[in-house]
Design a protein around this ligand. Sequence first.
Ligand SMILES: *Cc1c(COP(=O)(O)O)cnc(C)c1O
Length: 410
Amino acid sequence: MNNEVKLLSMPHNALAVPLHVGRPNIGDQTILMERIQAIFDGNWLTNDGPLVREFEQRVADLVGVRHCIAMCNGTVALEIAIRAVGLKGEVIVPSYTFVATAHALQWQEITPVFCDVDPQTQNLDPTQVERLITPRTSGIIGVHLWGRPCDVAALEEIAERRNLALMFDAAHAFGCSHEGKMIGSFGRCEVFSFHATKFVHCGEGGAIVTDDDELADKVRLMRNFGFSGYDNVVYLGTNGKMNELNAAVGLSSLEGMPQFIDTNQRNYACYEEAILELPGLRLLEYPKQERQNYQYVVVDVDPSICPLSRDQLVQILHAHNVLARRYFFPGVHRMEPYCSFYPNAGLLLPVTEQLANRVLVLPTGTSVTAEDIDAIGSIFAWAAENAGELRERLARTVPQGESFDAEVSA
Ligand SMILES: *Cc1c(COP(=O)(O)O)cnc(C)c1O
């Protein structure tokens, strides 16, 4: 333990093993190994193999859509969806999201126009969306942040009236519902990520889900270089294929879903108690009448009540091996290339800036136990008791803002 860490931590109460945000939920490993053995026995590693098809079928059934087209990752799925839907010019997106939402547009020279979010839902604010529409606007990409649905009805109404395409980045929202309908079934299409940090994952993976037959055909061609049968390329395409090994991981992860939800819900309930130990912490709530994956434990740190700032709290938690994260810090509009393109974007994004400076995400998932969360509760209690002293130590030892960098993974 270095000095800085010692100064910030309670005696004898760091967690023995670091707790990460987004440690993978692994399903039954015996079945997984059998599937992997079968892949090598069958010598079919990629190109629309049987496990990819099974994965697609199960995802489509679960979401209740006609088509699921699996991809190598969520970002490529977004890029292909954006191209297949025909977005161009400007597209309205939130800045309070993972950077891939904007990159998938900019990568194909489409301008992401950053829209502020509603402070309650933390999702696109439909009133602001309407104000940002210009003659160049071709569409809207909503993000169901933390698995909580966008205001789908309001966005649909705007898209219809202004003749814009509407699609969703549903990377956080697998297994979640909105007004009784599964997320994945809204807009022209929706995109899931099955990255290792997501609720259900393939290691790396993604998918486009849609009820639109024509769009699904286009997406399938684009995913495989535009090949329509042997030697016949009919379309501009790329390589977005998911392989059999990733599909095997995905199938086992899908089978583990009920257990992952139970664990996440239990952890969430433990955190409801733990956060009471430090004034000014509030847990983001999930709609109880909907299906939810509880994959993100999102805490709002109210600077007018909490005796420690969000960043100080993150440093203290890190000193105890609790690797809490600032999400989505500092906001996509403050990252390159966007901050150079639009240095004043923040002026139109006050809620985004506030959230990026207040929100903290705590570890959950199958590798986090109720005891771990109890221990985090005692760290909060200790931090509350020693807040004055901790603030002084932090001021002395750690130059503010330099102690940890925004990490690049979701
Ligand atoms: C994870 C994530 C992505 C990107 O998915 P990958 O599978 O990692 O490429 C896109 N958007 C959001 C909101 C995400 O959280």
